[in-house]
Design a protein around this ligand. Structure first.
Ligand code: DGY
Length: 323
């Protein structure tokens, strides 16, 4: 066992913490509450490795605090917009993430949101649990059919592709996509997917649009008042990426005014706070950042983070280095 000091900012799956305990001098966050800024700074000063998550805001001020000991931030998750990567680079701290292992779980939640929003599943369940379901009738709680509709995917990375496969093969959906990454022609033809360069033109054709792009200054508020206005009024917006890629206030306004039909959200701009106008809306499905939330996936994410920590301890190449 190495004397390397590793500090986890949140509890990780037990099997993963046990593996880490055998590798290093491990400090866990027993009560699992997000660390304060001062606690994050202290953790960077007292440990060689910080095992971080999306709930840690590792900005310039935190990363440039004096007397740092930390040389690796192993983030538990694929998205790493909670870490200022330029500040980490300047501070000489390597950053790793956990790509690949949460692709299917997240695509499953995108499809869950699509079906729930279109088929009014949340609304129906709330009605039933409130004891207000009068029983079946031909015209009650009619939703929108998903099968055969058009899906616009924004960001065709691993998760975008997995969502497109489910939509195309499971629901016969027609796929358009707006993305830096262009699929090869064979993949495009297997999926029946069309690459588009003009976001607003694509949105005009969408019955559903699903966000799968990473959060960055370039994708911040990609869906905003202007781009949302390009969607047809029967369209649904789905987001399993990051809250920042949608202007939440503009989305709430588009939903309230009936400019779009509904939304299914798993991520928010100011988690765990959700824009208050969205909370009472019956046509919006709100999930608490569940994208990667299966036992199998969270364990796989933890093992992926530990693979990076183990490589750091051994001084070998970090398998998932982003900085
Ligand atoms: C991810 O991996 O990006 C998940 O959203 C959790 O952070």
């Amino acid at each position: 066992m190495s004397s390397m000091r590793v500090r986890l900012t949140r509890r990780w799956p037990e099997v993963v913490e046990d593996r880490l305990r055998g590798l290093c001098d491990l400090a866990i966050n027993a009560d699992d509450r997000p660390l304060t800024r001062d606690q994050l700074i202290a953790a960077l000063q007292e440990n060689d490795v910080l095992g971080a998550t999306v709930t840690d805001r590792l900005d310039t001020a935190v990363l440039s605090a004096p007397n740092r000991r930390c040389r690796l931030i192993a983030s538990f998750g694929v998205g790493y917009n909670h870490i200022d990567t330029e500040a980490a680079r300047a501070a000489g701290i390597a950053v790793t993430n956990t790509p690949g292992v949460l692709t299917d779980a997240t695509a499953d939640i995108a499809i869950t949101l699509m079906l729930m929003a279109a088929r009014r599943a949340g609304e129906g369940e709330r009605l039933l649990r409130a004891g207000q379901w009068p029983g079946w009738s031909p015209n009650s709680l009619l939703g929108t059919q998903v099968t055969g509709k058009t899906l616009g995917i924004i960001g065709m990375g691993r998760i975008g592709q997995a969502t497109a496969r489910r939509a195309a093969f499971g629901f016969g959906m027609k796929i358009f996509y707006f993305s830096r990454t262009r699929l090869d022609l064979l993949e495009e033809s297997v999926l029946g997917a069309t690459h588009v360069k003009d976001l607003k033109a694509m949105l005009g054709h969408c019955d559903f649009v699903s966000m799968h792009c990473p959060a960055s200054p370039a994708t911040r508020h990609l869906l905003n008042a202007e781009t949302l206005a390009a969607l047809p009024p029967h369209a649904f917006v789905i987001n399993t990426a990051r809250g920042d890629v949608i202007d939440e206030a503009a989305l709430a306004e588009a939903l309230a005014s009936g400019r779009i039909a509904g939304a299914g959200l798993d991520v928010y701009e100011r988690e765990p706070i959700v824009h208050e106008a969205l909370l009472p809306m019956e046509n919006v499905v709100l999930l608490p950042h569940l994208g990667s939330g299966s036992q199998e996936t969270r364990e796989a994410m933890g093992h992926c983070a530990v693979d990076n920590i183990e490589a750091f301890i051994k001084g070998t190449v970090l398998p998932n280095r982003v900085v």
